[in-house]
Design a protein around this ligand. Structure first.
Ligand code: PRX
Length: 634
């Protein structure tokens, strides 16, 4: 059993132990798991080379720690409760026994199709239980899964499949999302036509619509599964073998395929899940994140299932058929822990309290947030109206790269403060540094957030580009992992995340590189160049503001260009990356050496009309006033 902290004193004591003797601490936690062979060495690391290995030499299969480790006591307990998009459709429950059978069957399918240990399998599915089955079947046979969020466009999907060199794509005919039906297979077909590594596509029937199947490549999921195959002997993996690749945006245009390990990721996600949410036997836990993002990987699938928890997954959106959908699900399934994003809270808050009429929410014990800073008003609304003033809120700070939660209260143990992620979890050694990398020790300081010691859940590399991994995370400040976030440590030693300090923006909890959006905009034939910045948005946290230089117009005029830019971004990335504001300008504020002064654009996007700081290095200072005027008129 993974140990659980239960008092503040316990946290302080264990935290001290975990940072004075991290290897002793983590090896003790790791003892709770099932290893076919224990490690020869607990940790080997050299941040200057981006080299981190935990539990070296250990052998395991992560799915044995989900199933074989739990089946005896929990075989008949629900592992997954699946709530469909449409409340009139019957929900499904898969017990640990049932999920085990499905995973074994699908593992056999993958093996029959020639997928072997180390092969990459791309998964582009809506939020259906088969998504979990597909991931765990990959893990069972030692294949590396790469789940791509089903909101990504064909171009983004193709780019990711190609980068990972996936042989197989697992997808569906379509997907339900609120009142819409998403043409998943059509998008997948377009993606596959541009990437030649995929030789087979397994297609799950979800919406039942008529779709073309390419002969020799596409096979229906239900035609492959053999009811007789209920037992598949799990492949032995090294602790450091990759478990999955998950793509995320960075400050350059190309998405990064972060690679997570098997052993370290397992230990870290299970430990943090149990402790942060204070999950107890019999609890029903509901994480509303999509599995296409890291939150879904770590805290809908792996963390909960490794802990023998019941994890509720929801196919739909919070506002359909009405804005009471989350609360209905919580009442229907008697959810105890609920984990969501601030953007969802803000959008529901904006729709008014009437959606809470007749909702009991009595079962709730813990509320969580993730993905972006939560403003105080949203925190209080969540606390008062959803938690009824009795549920602690865990504001969990972490990243795709960190694998699991890093700074967060432990529910009911760490005293909370609105908008603060509060204190580091076990083994996490945050370091705040100034621009020059000088550590800012003590309290009441603000700077860039680094982590000065490895933890088991951290990503090991960027797929196919270790140099980029070193450059991005370990070279800004020597011997430290740089998070890209700004942070404040207040007078009580509490951490408050201030947001990104690089060219990454966080839109409704979706992380997007400004360069990625600019690349998409610049594809438009009438666009000369563009600069994208984030601006404060009441619901999304940050909105996307695009300054676009166009010197020629077609018949549609400015509106026509705006619409076609929206379309270009939607096609190249996905509809969630569409700019909120597009300002057509005749030039951008640039230094004499040609560098765009983004800080000026950021201020304009925030609504400022003066006080732009030193503009003497600008090639054409007049352009600033022109842009300010245009922004005002927008
Ligand atoms: O800026 C931080 C913000 O989200 C970034 C990581 O995004 P991603 O890799 O997509 O993972 C999101 C889910 C873990 C961080 O660099 N972020 C995440 N959680 C918080 C947060 N900002 C403030 N408070 C948080 N709780």
């Amino acid at each position: 059993m993974v140990p659980k902290i239960s008092t503040l004193g316990g946290y302080i004591f264990e935290y001290q132990k975990s940072v004075t003797n991290p290897t002793g601490f983590w090896s003790n936690i790791a003892e709770s798991f099932y290893w076919r062979k224990k490690w020869d060495d607990i940790l080997e690391w050299d941040f200057s080379k981006g080299h981190v290995q935990w539990f070296k030499g250990a052998k395991l299969n992560i799915t044995e720690n989900i199933f074989e480790r739990h089946l005896f006591f929990r075989g008949n307990q629900a592992a997954i409760i699946w709530e469909p998009n449409n409340p009139n459709e019957q929900h499904k429950t898969l017990t640990y026994n049932e999920l085990f059978v499905e995973v074994n069957r699908f593992a056999a399918v993958l093996t029959r199709l020639g997928i072997k240990k180390g092969d990459r399998v791309a998964i582009y599915l809506p939020m259906v239980p088969e998504l979990v089955v597909a991931m765990l079947a990959c893990a069972r046979i030692g294949a590396v899964h790469s789940v791509i969020f089903a909101g990504f466009s064909a171009q983004s999907l193709g780019e990711r499949i190609q980068d990972a060199g996936a042989k197989l794509l697992i997808t569906s005919d379509g997907g339900f999302r609120g009142s819409k039906t998403i043409p998943i297979k059509q998008i997948a077909d377009e993606a596959m036509s541009n990437c030649h590594c995929v030789s087979t596509a397994i297609v799950l029937k979800r919406t039942g619509e008529d779709i073309p199947m390419t002969s020799g490549r596409d096979i229906w999921w239900h035609e492959l599964v053999n009811e007789q195959e209920t037992n598949y002997h799990a492949t032995e993996m090294d602790a450091e073998d990759p478990l999955f690749i998950l793509y995320t945006s960075g400050s350059t245009g190309k998405p990064k395929g972060l690679v997570h390990s098997t052993g370290g990721y397992m230990v870290y996600t299970a430990y943090t899940f149990k402790n942060v949410f204070q999950y107890g036997d019999g609890d029903i836990y509901f994480c509303s994140a999509d599995i296409g993002w890291i939150t879904g990987h770590s805290y809908l699938v792996y963390g909960p299932l490794l802990s023998g928890a019941t994890s509720l997954m929801f196919e739909g959106i919070p506002t359909w058929p009405d804005a009471g959908r989350f609360w209905d699900i919580i009442d229907k399934h008697q959810v105890n822990q609920f984990y969501t994003a601030p953007t969802a809270i803000r959008s529901l808050m904006a729709l008014g309290l009437e959606w809470l009429d007749n909702k009991k929410l009595h079962s709730l014990k813990v509320l969580g947030t993730v993905g972006e800073p939560i403003n105080e008003a949203a925190w209080h609304w969540y606390h008062d109206h959803i938690g009824k003033n009795r549920c602690p809120i865990v504001d969990t700070w972490w990243q795709t790269e960190t694998g699991g939660i890093m700074i967060s209260p432990m529910a009911g143990i760490t005293p909370t403060k609105p908008s603060y992620a509060t204190m580091p979890l076990m083994g996490i050694q945050p370091m705040i540094v100034d621009q020059e990398g000088k550590p800012l020790l003590g309290n009441s300081v603000e700077g860039n957030l680094c982590i000065s010691y490895p933890w088991p859940g951290m990503a090991r590399t960027i797929w196919g580009d270790h140099d980029r991994f070193v450059k991005t995370y370990f070279s800004t400040y020597p011997n430290m992992y740089f998070t890209g976030d700004g942070v404040k440590r207040d007078e009580d030693g509490y951490y408050r995340i201030l947001g990104r300090v690089d060219d990454v923006i966080n839109v409704s909890g979706h992380r997007l590189g400004t360069a990625e959006i600019e690349n998409a905009i610049n594809e438009h034939p009438l666009v000369d160049e563009s600069a994208v910045v984030g601006f404060p948005h009441p619901i999304k946290g940050q909105g996307i503001y695009a300054f676009v230089v166009c010197t020629h117009f077609s018949t549609g005029g400015v509106e026509g260009i705006r619409n076609s830019i929206m379309m270009a971004v939607s096609n190249m990335i996905g509809p969630f990356a569409k700019p909120d504001k597009i300002q057509i300008v005749t030039g951008l504020p640039k230094t004499r050496s040609g560098k765009i002064m983004r800080r000026i654009l950021l201020k304009i996007a925030e609504g400022k009309t003066s006080d732009f700081g030193d503009t003497t290095t600008l090639l054409d200072p007049d352009i600033v006033q022109e842009i300010v005027k245009g922004a005002h008129a927008l």
